[in-house]
Design a protein around this ligand. Structure first.
Ligand code: SAH
Ligand code: SF4
Length: 366
C-alpha cells in the first residue's frame, strides 16, 4: 500500500527542513520551497522552477499542496464579505469567510467539520460533529484567502503597485484571522496551535499572533493549557448566560465545564498573562438581553481585564429565537459600562449569504 501524501501545509519550517534533509537535499532548497508556499502562493509544483528536478519529483510523488477545492463562492450584497465552500481531500467540506472592512482584511477559518458542542442557536452545532481538521487543512484556509487577495490585486495592478513597494507585498496580504468558523478550536488544540505556529513563522506568512483571535465555547482545560504555554493569540470566550443554569440551557458544554470553573480559568489567564479576554454574548430577544442579565454579566466580570462583544442573533434553520433590538443592545452596553466594562455590538455582515456568526454549516448529503 502506498503511504498517504504528506500535506506540506501541515509541516512547520523545521519539519519541512528535516524532510528535505532526509532526501539529502540542501537546506537552501527547503528555504526556497517554504517561500514558494507562503510568500509566492505557488499552487502547483510545476511552478517551482527554481527547485532542482530531483526535489520536485520527490515532492510530486510523496507530498501534496493540500488543495482545498472551491465548491462554491458567494459574495454578500454588503460588498465586504465572501464565503467559500471548500472541499477537503475526503468527501467533506468546510466554510471559510473573507471579510474586508474598515481597511482590514480578516479570514474567519474553521477548525473542525461540524462541531460536537451542540449550542442550540448555532448552525454548525445543529449539524453535529464529523471530524477534526488537520493543521494542514487549517493553514490551507489562510493560504487560500491570501491567494484570493493576491488575485484581486492582479486584477488591479496599478492600485496594488501604488499601495505596496516590496515585490512580495504588491498585493494586499492577509493580516487578521479569527478562529470563529465551523468547530470548537480548543477541542482540536494540537492541530490548531500547530497551524497558528506555522502561520506566524516570520519567514513565511509572518502573521502576528496578536492578530489571531481564537474563540472558544469555554473548554476549561484548553484555556489552562493556553495560559501554561503562554500562547500569544487573543482569546475570546463565548458566555451567553451569566448563571450556570441560564448558560447550560443555551450551551450544553457548560455541563462539562461549569461557569465557576470557566471563570476561574479566565481569571487565571488574564492575571498570569496580563492580557484581556473578549467575552462573546449572543443577544437573543427576550431570552438574555434584559437589564437583569446585563447586571449579572457586569457582576460576573467586574474587575477583570475584559471586553464584551455583543452579537445580535443571526438566523439559523434549527432555532426560532430572534435578534435583540438595537435599543436593547444599547441599554445592555450602558449597564456594562456602569461596571467599567467596555463593549461593542458586532456589525451584522454577510447574513444574506449565511456567512454571519453561527451560520456556517454544510449539508453533508448535498
Ligand atoms: N466554537 C467557537 C467558535 C465558533 S462560533 C465558539 O463557540 O466560541 C463564533 C461565535 O458565534 C461564538 O461566540 C458563538 O456563540 C456565536 N454564534 C453561534 N451561533 C450564533 C448565531 N446564530 N448568531 C450569533 N452568534 C452566534
Ligand atoms: Fe460549536 Fe461554537 Fe457553534 Fe457552539 S457556537 S456549536 S461551540 S461552533
Amino acid at each position: 500500500m502506498t503511504p498517504p501524501l504528506i500535506n506540506l501545509y501541515g509541516l512547520t519550517r523545521a519539519e519541512l527542513g528535516a524532510l528535505v534533509a532526509g532526501w539529502e537535499l540542501s537546506p537552501v532548497h527547503a528555504a526556497r520551497l517554504w517561500k514558494y508556499l507562503y510568500l509566492e502562493g505557488a499552487s502547483e509544483f510545476a511552478a517551482m522552477d527554481e527547485l532542482p528536478v530531483r526535489l520536485r519529483s520527490r515532492l510530486e510523488a510523496e507530498t501534496s499542496l493540500g488543495h482545498l477545492v472551491i465548491s462554491r463562492e458567494t459574495h454578500s450584497s454588503d460588498g465586504f464579505t465572501r464565503k467559500y465552500l471548500l472541499g477537503l481531500s475526503d468527501e467533506h467540506r468546510i466554510e471559510t469567510v473573507l471579510m474586508r472592512y474598515t481597511g482590514r482584511t480578516t479570514a474567519c477559518i474553521s477548525s473542525q467539520v461540524g462541531c460536537a458542542m451542540g449550542c442550540v442557536f448555532c448552525a454548525t452545532g445543529q449539524m453535529g460533529y464529523t471530524r477534526h481538521l488537520t493543521a494542514g487543512e487549517i493553514v490551507a484556509q489562510a493560504v487560500h484567502v491570501d491567494r484570493v487577495l493576491r488575485h484581486t490585486a492582479e486584477d488591479n495592478p496599478a492600485l496594488a503597485e501604488a499601495e505596496h513597494s516590496s515585490p512580495h507585498h504588491r498585493h494586499e496580504r492577509l493580516r487578521n484571522i479569527v478562529l470563529m468558523g465551523m468547530g470548537e478550536p480548543l477541542h482540536n488544540y494540537d492541530a490548531v496551535m500547530k497551524a497558528v505556529d506555522i502561520l506566524c513563522d516570520g519567514a513565511g506568512m509572518g502573521l502576528s499572533a496578536k492578530k489571531i483571535t481564537l474563540s472558544t465555547v469555554g473548554v476549561v482545560p484548553g484555556i489552562h493549557r493556553m495560559t501554561d504555554e503562554r500562547r500569544q493569540v487573543r482569546l475570546a470566550v463565548s458566555l451567553h448566560g451569566a448563571t450556570q443554569a441560564a448558560r447550560a440551557a443555551l450551551v450544553p458544554a457548560a455541563r462539562a465545564w461549569p461557569l465557576d470553573a470557566l471563570m476561574e480559568a479566565c481569571r487565571r489567564y488574564t492575571v498570569t498573562l496580563d492580557r484581556r479576554i473578549f467575552f462573546e454574548w449572543t443577544l437573543i430577544e427576550g431570552k438574555n438581553d434584559g437589564p437583569d442579565e446585563a447586571h449579572a454579566v457586569g457582576a460576573l466580570l467586574k474587575g477583570m481585564q475584559a471586553q464584551v462583544n455583543l452579537i445580535p442573533l443571526n438566523p439559523t434553520s434549527g432555532y426560532t429565537g430572534l435578534p435583540s433590538h438595537t435599543v436593547a443592545a444599547k441599554r445592555f452596553q450602558e449597564i456594562l459600562a456602569g461596571y467599567g466594562l467596555p463593549s461593542t455590538v458586532r456589525q451584522r455582515r454577510g447574513i444574506d449569504i449565511g456567512a454571519g456568526c453561527g451560520q456556517l454549516a454544510v449539508a453533508e448529503s448535498a
